[in-house]
Structure formats: C-alpha cells, structure tokens
Design a protein around this ligand. Structure first.
Ligand SMILES: [Zn+2]
Length: 259
C-alpha cells in the first residue's frame, strides 16, 4: 500500500506489523519512557491519505505529524515511528499535571473519517488488530489501565478524536483501559459530583485551563457516548455516577511524577 519493499520486522500475536518509517520523530524529553497509550482516528477515509501525511508526502496545515502505529480499514498495522522515539501525534497536551504527552506515550491512529464522516463505526477488522496491539504495548511498557486515553482527553480544546464511535467498553472488556461501571457508592456520590462536574473533571485529570463545556464533551465522548446528544436529568446523573466511579479508581493512584 505505502512503500514498495514493505516488510515484516516484528510480530504481535503472530500478526504482521508493516514498517513504514517516518522522519517525524525526535527524542523523548529527558529520556522519558512511555507511560500512556493515546488512541486517535485519522480523520481520513483511507490509510493511504493518512500515511501520506505521516510520511511527509502531503503537507498537513497542522504541521508535521506521526503516530507510532496506524491501523488501516482492513486491520493491517503499519509502524511509522519506533516506540523508543517521541512521535508527534498528541501536540500540545495535558493530563493530571503532565504536559507534552508525546514524550510520555505511544500513539495509535485508527483510519476512520470521524466527525467529518458523521462518526462512522470502527470496523471489526480494526478492533481485532487494535486489541492485541494495545495489549502487547501495555504489557511491554507496563502501562496501567487508567493511562489509556483518547486524544480528546488530553487536548480537548483542539481535538475530538477518537470520538464517541470507538467502543471503549469492548476495549476495557478485553483488558485495554477503564470502562466505568458505577456501583451503589458511585450512584450515592453522583448528586454531589453533579453540583461541580467541572471540579470533578479537573480532579480526574482533565486540563483546568480548558472550557468546562468542552471538558464535559470530552468526558462523555470517551466514558458516556450515549450522553453526547442526550442532556436529560437521568443522563446527567449517569455521567456523574460514571465520573464518581472513575475518580474512585484514580484517587488511590500515586500522582504521576514529572519528567
Ligand atoms: Zn488525534
């Protein structure tokens, strides 16, 4: 698809990873190791169009970008940047006091048109590759479930991806990331959280500099997609309960150290 002479250099669970090296990378800041996994959609219809940008064949108005991996519509996995290097997929970003998530993460782009296409579903072939690829990365770098995030979680003012169509519940069921399943204690805490959703979102890790409405959208896009278009009191309470569940899991975590 992309390069003549593409070859298989590594494997994950007996699957091929096609090597398509991009020049868009540099050193992780202060030798940081990957502690996060960030998921994206390409915003393109084809993998070819996205790869053209990552390989510098098409100049992107947003500047030079690159993920570590891209999953095409047929499920094939392409690697653009070595995991030891800092790929340029996240841009200006923030999570739990940390910035420059590029230095701290591995980025996976999934070919999907996203918002411009009306949030089309991610394809079964893509999910079938995404899950083992994520599991392989998480294991090798010992990345905890709460550190698997979407681009919109860490750059909510600029980015909508991977969007509400990504099945985070299926990912979590397969051992990739967190999916809130509120318990009685979370439901009991929900009314109070509802009084200050913005404060709770900040406590969760979202950027306190960002617009509160945008933060709520980012949270729902990841953790409560059914609420994207539904602002009923019941839905709002359910969002608060899910946020309570998430906070209860983050509370015990040691605050992330800096670089
Ligand atoms: Zn993105």
């Amino acid at each position: 698809m992309i390069e003549k002479g593409e070859k298989t250099l590594s494997n994950f669970h007996n699957r091929a990873v096609f090597q398509t090296p991009s020049a868009h990378h540099d050193e992780r800041r202060n030798g940081a190791r990957p502690r996060f996994l960030i998921l994206h959609y390409t915003g393109t219809r084809t993998g070819e169009a996205a790869a053209d940008v990552y390989l510098g064949r098409t100049v992107d108005p947003g500047g030079r970008v690159s993920p570590h991996y891209m999953i095409d519509t047929d499920g094939r996995v392409f690697q653009f940047v070595c995991e030891s290097r800092r790929a340029w997929h996240a841009g200006v970003s923030y999570w739990r006091g940390l910035e420059d998530l590029n230095s701290l993460s591995i980025g996976i782009e999934i070919v999907n048109e996203g918002e411009t296409g009306g949030y089309p579903p991610f394809l079964p072939a893509q999910m079938n590759s995404l899950i083992p690829l994520c599991r392989d990365i998480l294991q090798r770098h010992d990345i905890p479930p709460e550190n698997i995030l979407g681009h919109s979680d860490i750059a909510p003012m600029r980015r909508l991806d991977p969007g509400p169509a990504l099945d985070w519940a299926a990912l979590a069921a397969a051992g990739v990331g967190l999916w809130p399943m509120p318990e009685d204690s979370d439901r009991a805490a929900a009314p109070e959280i509802l009084q200050d959703m913005t404060g709770a979102l900040h406590a969760c890790g979202y950027d306190p500099q960002a617009d509160p409405g945008v933060l709520l959208r980012a949270f729902r896009s990841h953790f409560h997609p059914e609420a994207m278009e539904n602002f009923s009191p019941e839905t709002r309470l359910e969002s608060a309960a899910r946020l309570a569940w998430l906070l209860a899991r983050l509370r015990d975590k040691i605050p992330p150290d800096r670089f």
